[in-house]
Design a protein around this ligand. Sequence first.
Ligand code: HEC
Length: 436
Amino acid sequence: MKFCSIAMLTLFALMGGAGCGGEDVSGRDVPTPSPVGGNEPTYYEDIAPLVNRECAGCHRVGGIGRFSLSDPTVAQQMAGAAAAATEARRMPPMPVSNDGTCNTYKNAHWLSDEEIDLFRRWSAAGAPLGDPAAAPPPPEDSTLKLTGELAQFDIGVDYTPQPHPGELDDYRCFMVDPGIHADTFITGYDIQPGESRVVHHVALFELADGEADAEAAALDAAEAGPGYTCFGGVGVGRVELLAIWVPGAGANAFPEGTGIRYAAGRKLVVQMHYNVPPVGGPFVDRSKIQLQLSGDAALTRGFYIDISVADISLPPGQQLVEVKSELALSAMHPSFADPAFKGLRVWGALPHMHYLGHTQRTVAKVDGVDVCFTDVDRWNFHWQNLWWYEAPLELKGADILSITCGFDTRSRTETTKYGEGSNDEMCFNLLYTTIR
Ligand code: HEC
């Protein structure tokens, strides 16, 4: 009998237990370990350092990852699944390719082929633990900390996420006043999840004016309970994405010397994606948000440009339907067509599609030559992020940007259109840029 299934493990981990270890259960799922012959990877020596670097941000007790890979017994039980998930590059989650064929990213979570092979060989060898004396020191917290002037606030209520029956996800928007009373730059941000077992990602949107505030307030008022349901966007016309946060990464900073301008008195919509385990709880969240502010007039203003396809109409039942659009940078804003315009420096990219999205490629024609900006080869709506280029890219007014999104519509029986809802689709890439 398979006593220690993944479901059991999840349950144990959720209940704060040490996993499926112990005399009576341990080993039942694990192939009989062969004697460690010297060359076989072991948990303490080979796997634990990788877990510390690439997995433990989420797969720790109380984390969003549901089971703790820092627990040797749990890691052993999950060895086969970890080998399969890393081999498929499903884990660590990074939908944007970081293999060097289309840029590499500072905040990548990416295993080398050798590291993937380590997980495979470790599992194949029966997941030996090895010598505890070889265990790496506990990971240092190398995540960024915000400094200086901070705006600190929370989502305003204790919220218990309520996915529809049979579903795990609840997307909820809360309108908040960050209490920023002077024009400023936002140079970094952080989220402290109130209940880290369910906070899957968080996006912050700035409402453009009083009218936009009223629209968001009306959406909130129209729905029972705190906040309102939202999925891709926040349901309001004049709103701008400020930032996005995913678990395990710590605080985020915009590139050194840059920041996003924020007007005094503006309000925000905080979009929470909750992913709620079917067991355990109660899960009550009151996530905290911190914005790092700077009044430094010498900062360079950062902003997003948007390359997107608005005309989406996807026939059902297709393995791959592609949509594409092209736009000269000079057509995006009048100032980009000015002969004096020197061009943009591109620091990061935030690709976006919904559930049917599968691939996305952004390319710029620079002096007639194709330059790859981002290559998404296994989109997953659950793992969107703002990815920072290891080496910033450049664009000139004459360059032409193009985006191609690939969708898999086999799950649909009707045409899928452009829209913000979870049954609609989108195709865009936001590039964080500064003027050169
Ligand atoms: C950013 C958070 C995060 C990181 C980092 C992460 N995981 Fe996960 N992992 C999750 C979440 C959340 C789930 C639950 C299923 C889902 O949402 O995809 C999961 C599920 C899994 C699963 C079971 C489901 C599957 O896809 O097979 C395995 C195995 C796994 N992770 C292994 C790993 C390993 C190994 C690493 C490091 C090399 C890692 N994960 C890094 C968040 C993370």
